[in-house]
Design a binder for this molecule. Structure first.
Ligand code: ZN
Length: 305
């Protein structure tokens, strides 16, 4: 039987899985240490769990990354501030060690693909997967293809209106200060309120403000990409009280301009959590691997060398 490998390469942990889909999956999670040690653990996992049945591996990685197959640094993490990981080639060593094709994309594009195949974006061709956690990142499918372009989308770093009277916090992004990620990711919550988000109660004023920042970002993304749905995952979005706050504020900000029933009447089904939960990323990596073999139709144009 053919088995597929998936890696959700995160800055704090790697999730590796072998299988064919959500119902048939064996997983391992381990801490992200040095590149050499972490890659070796991943390779060892695939050899042990799949052996010669392994057909291809997909990697969804933290970034920024180089997802362009025509580039000499394809398959690498590029300018990350994570110590030891800048300019780390993931595809090369893993492909050579396992002797199979390796597909590569951002962690959020992989999660988007997973949700498209098995989750909350089935049947859609244009949608966004946004993760709100230690950072904010967005993956997108547009007209049935994962979106790349110049490098890859960096939805966390869009600029949003910042009401300094309501929120004097200057923002936590080392590049931009008060971009969306700078105002709404985990470090901003902690910096603004002096406590980690998960320790703040649901009625805390942190949450309406968080919803304001997220809604401002979503409105720009909705007007730019015209997504048919927005899937919001990540640690901060585990705060279920955020969803109704964000939905209502998005409707208010759009102010009836977009005459779409999905937004006007069914916004509960428009801005949603991932159906695959925390497995969206690694399942998406499995889907990326599967696309390497099915890429004759180039439906998703996966990055593949
Ligand atoms: Zn930024």
């Amino acid at each position: 039987m053919a088995l597929w490998g998936g890696i959700e390469a995160g800055g704090t942990k790697f999730v590796c899985a072998v299988g064919t889909g959500p119902g048939e999956l064996r997983e391992a999670r381990f801490a992200t240490t040095t590149p050499a040690e972490t890659i070796a653990r991943a390779v060892e996992f695939f050899r042990r769990e799949a052996g010669t049945a392994l057909v291809a591996v997909g990697i969804g990685s933290f970034g920024p990354v180089d997802p362009n197959p025509a580039s000499p640094t394809f398959g690498s993490i590029t300018s990350t501030p994570k110590p030891g990981w800048a300019h780390t080639d993931l595809v090369g060593p893993i492909g050579r060690a396992l002797g199979v094709p390796v597909a590569f994309d951002t962690d959020v594009n992989a999660a988007a693909l997973g949700e498209h195949r098995w989750g909350a974006a089935q049947g859609l061709d244009t949608f966004i997967y946004l993760t709100v956690g230690t950072g904010i990142g967005g993956g997108a499918m547009a007209n049935g293809r994962l979106l790349h372009g110049l490098l890859h989308p960096e939805m966390g770093h869009i600029r949003i209106p910042h009401d300094w009277a309501r929120d004097p916090y200057p923002g936590a992004c080392p590049y931009h200060g008060d971009c969306l990620e700078g105002l709404a990711a985990g470090p901003a919550l902690e910096g603004r309120w002096g406590a980690r988000g998960e320790t703040l109660p649901p009625e805390h004023p942190a949450w309406p403000l968080e919803a304001e920042h997220l809604a401002q970002g979503l409105v720009s993304l909705i007007c730019t990409l015209a997504p048919q749905r927005i899937i919001m995952g990540g640690g901060i979005m585990q705060q279920a009280q955020l969803f109704p706050l964000v939905r209502r504020r998005v409707q208010e900000l759009l102010n009836g301009y977009l005459q779409a029933p999905a937004i006007l009447d069914r916004i509960d089904e428009y801005i949603v959590p991932p159906a695959l939960g925390s497995r969206a990323g690694v399942l998406g990596a499995i889907a990326l691997a599967q696309e390497t073999i099915r890429s004759a139709d180039e439906q998703y144009s996966p990055a593949l060398r």
